[in-house]
Ligand binder design. Structure first.
Ligand SMILES: Cc1ncc(C[n+]2csc(CCOP(=O)(O)OP(=O)(O)O)c2C)c(N)n1
Length: 200
């Protein structure tokens, strides 16, 4: 599994390529959550399914997609919705878009008896939406083999999530919950891009 330094170096490389106008499509970078991600991945097996958002470089790398394959997709403009079916990774840039698909996959796993799990990643604003609450309720009540991971950087693009909902403690924050894992991180990258305005 890639370590913290290798993950950071990968995102820094993508940032440099983006700022150099070599990637002609949006990129959403991670930083500051490497230790949390490595911890989360200790429970993830090769047969498990991952569902991600627009921000998914670390998940692809930690699931074992070769670095060059991830970079090739990013260079081809597909960072925003990275999919590697042979690695059981599916992403969508639609807020909440993957959640019902993740729940359906978990239901299929349960029905087939296959011993695999679904791990569904989302930001904290996504976790406050109706579709997230419904997906979690359905998964919980039907005991589906799925875990939701809420990655809280405090922001929805530029909006403060807690201010938006007038809710100092978010819905899944600070709970002991086997089905929903919530963690905080603070990133030094903006929501999208790598800090420089890029013009083609
Ligand atoms: C249906 C839909 N509405 C709006 C957007 C625009 N949008 C992209 S990311 C985002 C914020 C999501 O914030 P959060 O869930 O906290 O994730 P983060 O990017 O911070 O990881 C929004 C509103 C979108 N992609 N899809």
């Amino acid at each position: 599994m890639m370590n913290r330094e290798e993950l950071i170096a990968f995102e820094d490389k993508v940032a440099a390529l983006f700022n150099d106008a070599q990637i002609r499509a949006p990129v959403h970078l991670y930083s500051g959550n490497e230790a949390e991600m490595i911890e989360v991945f200790k429970a993830i097996q090769p047969a498990d399914w991952l569902f991600c958002s627009w921000r998914s470089h670390y998940q692809c790398l930690l699931k074992g997609v070769p670095q060059q394959d991830v970079l090739d997709e990013i260079m081809a403009g597909r960072s925003i919705s990275l999919c590697f079916p042979s690695h059981r990774i599916y992403s969508s840039a639609i807020v909440g878009g993957v959640l019902p698909i993740a729940v359906g996959t978990a239901m299929a796993l349960k029905r087939s008896g296959e011993r695999a799990m679904v791990h569904c990643f989302m930001g904290e604003m996504t976790a406050e939406t109706g579709i997230a609450h419904e997906s979690m309720k359905y998964a919980r009540n039907h005991s589906l083999p799925i875990r939701f991971i809420v990655e809280d950087n405090g922001k929805s693009v530029c909006t403060d999530t807690r201010e938006a909902w007038n809710q100092p403690v978010l819905s899944f924050e600070g709970r002991r919950d086997s089905q929903v894992h919530h963690y905080h991180y603070s990133t030094h990258y903006p929501h999208a891009g790598a800090g420089q305005r890029v013009q083609f």
